[in-house]
Design a protein around this ligand. Structure first.
Ligand code: PFF
Length: 437
């Protein structure tokens, strides 16, 4: 398999940010936050991002770049003859599971782009906006067709290869999305009745912090950063040795968090202003946003641009998911990129149809991947750092660009002691919470 890289140094970081920023920030974060009580969840989320998810992201980058190989081969080459490479297999499984429901939500987003472009979302009443989403999510034809279109586009980009495909898309359009989110936020917080939504997001009520809220916050942090399944390990292998690894990881995490936070600031004031239940689940963004657009000058144009850019954000993330599977098939069976892409997309299509047709399968895939598979993967990835690579080799990798990683001691302490214990603890606590309802 020929080695592929990014044409510019910043390309690898832009692509990693492109993988991280996606529906996880704009669709999943608000709905999970809404179901788990708001501000207290946000606080825990920030804490988990800093103390757990960021060290995992740094570890994945370090492992990938040290080996210079995609996840499965990275573990094989850094720990020959040992079982660590199994992390790569669980990552491939996870990529399948996430891709399946992710493509369905991407499909809804594309459908909403089409609906706003043709004026069918304009001037709907709040009730009609809600009915529109229920109709979208429960119509098998809409779900399957738009999911397949998105999968087709994803497959097309992946088949063209990493340097020509991903890089071009992620660099230009993501800043435009950011600007648009800010514009929509401004409108949302200035709606009548927005204050209640702002306080939902910003004044914590700790009595709402159930065990399963902690569990959900951890899963969401991993999902949002694309960690715990080797995606970022593979991206790490594309990062040049001259690049500062720790600050790259910090930039990706900061961008990712900032966009999720803005998404919250966009959704909740509007949800409260229109009397929409913030805890209603996966439909939240779709029943909220059209109402703000209807209250904005040039609302239809903004709506089309917004949903279109969300499609692009979803695309850069789904590309990274499909890439995991394609890389696996290529290195295991020696297939060419195009053939491997076709086979992977066909398998995802199969599970994607299952998620389109059954909300139970959809919810199961959503919860199992973020809350179970990713934390487990992350647990083993961080253990690899102290227990297989060791302090000296890891530190060398972080300082390979010639600078000093001043917080290395803190990072190493976190990965060796805090992160694995915290993951296990939150995991056990969450499962306990789940079982006890
Ligand atoms: N991080 C992506 C998002 O927030 O939308 C989702 C994702 C992409 C998760 C790639 C995992 C992954 F490997």
């Amino acid at each position: 398999m020929e080695k592929e890289g990014f044409s510019s140094r910043a390309g690898a970081i832009a692509a990693a940010a492109g993988s991280a920023v996606g529906l996880g920030n704009i669709w999943r974060f608000p709905y999970v936050l809404g179901q788990n009580g708001g501000a207290a969840f946000l606080l825990v989320y920030v804490l988990f991002m800093l103390l757990i998810a960021l060290p995992v992201l740094m570890s994945e980058f370090a492992i990938g770049r040290k080996a210079g190989l995609p996840v499965l081969d990275a573990f094989k080459s850094l720990a020959p003859g040992k079982k660590w490479y199994l992390i790569g297999f669980s990552g491939v499984l996870c990529a399948f599971v996430i891709s399946s429901f992710y493509q369905v939500v991407s499909g809804w987003t594309l459908f909403y782009t089409y609906m706003s472009a043709t004026g069918q979302l304009s001037s709907l009443s709040e009730q009609e906006v809600e009915t529109m989403f229920q109709h979208t999510a429960s119509d098998p034809v809409i779900c399957v067709i738009w999911m397949l279109v998105m999968l087709g586009i994803t497959g097309f980009v992946v088949a063209r290869g990493v340097d020509k495909g991903i890089e071009q898309y992620s660099k230009i359009l993501m800043p435009v999305l950011l600007v648009l989110i800010v514009v929509v936020c401004v409108r949302s917080v200035s709606l009548d009745g927005a204050a209640e939504g702002i306080s939902f997001l910003l004044s914590p009520d700790f009595s709402k912090l159930t065990p399963s809220a902690l569990f959900e916050a951890l899963g969401q942090a991993f999902f949002s950063l694309s960690i715990g399944m080797g995606t970022m390990t593979t991206y790490g292998s594309y990062i040049s040795k001259k690049q500062n690894l720790s600050s790259s990881a910090m930039s990706v995490a900061m961008i990712d968090f900032f966009i999720a936070f803005l998404a919250g600031l966009m959704i909740f004031p509007c949800a409260f202003a229109f009397g929409i239940n913030p805890g209603q689940g996966p439909g939240l963004v779709f029943v909220t946003l059209p109402n703000i657009f209807n209250q904005m000058p040039m609302g239809q144009l903004i709506s089309v641009a917004f949903f279109f850019l969300l499609v692009v954000a979803a695309l850069t993330s789904s590309i990274s998911l499909l890439e995991v599977v394609v890389t696996f098939i290529r290195s295991s069976f020696g297939f060419k990129r195009k053939k491997a892409t076709f086979i992977s997309a066909a398998c995802v299509a199969f599970f994607g149809v299952a998620c389109s047709l059954s909300s139970t399968v959809f919810d199961l895939f959503d919860k199992v991947s973020a809350n179970i598979l990713l934390p487990l993967g992350a647990f083993f990835i961080v253990l690899f750092i102290p227990y297989e690579l060791g302090k000296k080799r890891v530190c060398e990798e972080f300082e390979a660009h010639g600078g000093k990683f001043k917080l290395f001691g803190v990072y190493y302490f976190l990965t060796k002691y805090i992160v694995p214990v915290a993951i296990l603890f939150i995991f056990a606590y969450g499962i306990y919470g789940w079982i006890n309802g």
